[in-house]
Design a protein around this ligand. Structure first.
Ligand code: GSY
Length: 165
């Protein structure tokens, strides 16, 4: 059983609904979502003329290998309507595997740790909220925190994901 950390983002349509559905769907097979962060509204990075994102992080416990977990993530993105057209363009949901245990690799489909995570405050703010022990605090302190606003606390989001009103 391994612990993996994921970053999720959405900037099209029912952004919160897409994140909630992604968390529900990530929870199987052979995978359990053990922690979710708060939801943050964040200014778009890369291609800036697009709607703002909702971003969050999640921890999962999984029996899947990194490649199997990647396939699971891609299938959840696909079911939720992600279409990869414009690079860095708008998306219903984007799920990145940031870390998988202590795994280090650089294959074309999957690089671990995620090669750009240390440069993105919209990734590190939610990640360090759920995993303050990870060695990315200095990286976050070096980034501009502007444009990262708390949108919804983790507990409220979890109640929504579990269908509790
Ligand atoms: O890399 C993930 C997709 N993405 C995002 C994102 O999730 N949040 C923000 N704020 N900007 C982004 N630009 C891209 S591409």
């Amino acid at each position: 059983m391994a612990t993996a950390y994921l970053s999720l983002g959405s900037n099209l349509g029912d952004r919160l609904g897409y994140l909630a559905e992604a968390i529900r769907r990530l929870g199987a097979p052979h995978t359990r979502v053990t922690q979710v962060s708060s939801i943050y509204e964040t200014a778009p990075w890369g291609k800036t003329d697009q709607p703002s994102f909702l971003n969050m992080a999640a921890a999962v416990e999984t029996d899947l290998t990194p490649d199997e977990l990647l396939r699971h993530i891609l299938s959840v993105e696909q079911v939720l309507g992600r279409v990869r057209t414009v690079r860095w363009g708008p998306r219903t949901v984007d799920i990145d595997m940031l870390l998988y245990g202590d795994e280090r690799r650089a294959t074309p489909d999957l690089q671990l740790p995620h090669p750009r995570m240390a440069n993105r405050a919209f990734v590190l703010v939610p990640l360090l909220e759920i995993a303050p022990h990870l060695p990315y605090r200095e990286a976050l302190d070096a980034l501009d925190p502007a444009g990262i606003d708390l949108f919804m606390g983790a507990e409220v989001f979890q109640n929504r994901t579990n269908g509790v009103q």
